[in-house]
Design a protein around this ligand. Structure first.
Ligand SMILES: [Zn+2]
Length: 93
């Protein structure tokens, strides 16, 4: 299944997170690609880590130690996926 991924899939994924794919050629599911998040942080990560693993920008994502500093509103402004999740959390409470 993973072998069927294309450059277009990665571009669409990046856009769904409010960012962009900087790598111009799909290099493989487990190979590092360059990305930029909606806050203009550049980072390298494999499609597998981001899409299967659910990770995104390492500068924006909270760590376990820093969970209290996670600013949902700030990140949801630029990340459509987080915005949907954020609204879902808000409306269910
Ligand atoms: Zn970021």
């Amino acid at each position: 299944m993973s072998e069927e991924r294309t450059q277009a899939d990665l571009v669409a994924f990046a856009e769904s997170r409010g960012g962009r794919l900087l790598t111009e050629t799909y290099g493989g599911w487990g190979e590092p690609h360059r990305w930029v998040c909606g806050r203009e942080h550049e980072f390298r990560a494999s499609p597998r880590l981001l899409i299967d693993g659910g990770y995104w920008c390492p500068e924006c994502l909270p760590t376990v130690d820093d969970a209290s500093g996670w600013d949902w509103d700030f990140h949801a402004e630029v990340d459509p996926m987080l915005a949907r999740f954020h609204m879902g959390r808000r409306s269910s409470s």
